[in-house]
Design a protein. Structure first.
Length: 144
């Protein structure tokens, strides 16, 4: 697999010697998506932005200890990424916008809730959302 040509680090520190196979696989997927060229969607969308890839790596690292499923990671028009998990009737989508802001959506059957996710507290919010997905807790909208 060809490496991204930006010459920049994907994230500050991710200790891969202790990383799960799911995290390593997810980080590889992000690296693959960073190779998409401008206009990858044939609608003029720019390539995946480095800040979005870095934030996605941060989200995945925060989810690593709670995640029991490997997420789907897809590009989003405009240069962002979306990370998706599904467990039974529950779904969790975390969208990283091109400039690094994060939004999430949770769904259970017909019920949905979406909101911005404060980037300063990703390491707290993301594990809570993944615990909800696993059924380990009833969801309470994060307020911190």
């Amino acid at each position: 697999m060809e490496e991204p040509t930006t010459g920049s680090q994907l994230t500050g520190i991710v200790t891969l010697s202790h990383a799960t196979d799911a995290l390593i696989s997810s980080l590889r997927r992000i690296a693959e998506l960073m190779l998409l060229p401008d206009d990858w969607d044939s609608y003029g969308s720019p390539r995946i932005q480095l800040v979005a890839a870095q934030r996605a790596a941060e989200v995945l690292s925060a989810a690593e200890n709670e995640a029991f499923l490997t997420p789907q990671i897809v590009p989003v028009s405009g240069g962002g990424l979306q990370i998706e998990w599904t467990s039974g009737r529950r779904e969790l989508e975390i969208e990283i916008l091109p400039h690094g802001d994060v939004e999430y959506l949770i769904a259970e059957g017909e019920k949905t809730y979406e909101a911005p996710l404060p980037t300063r507290d990703i390491s707290w919010y993301v594990p809570e959302l993944v615990r909800w997905l696993s059924g380990a807790r009833a969801y309470v909208a994060p307020v911190r």
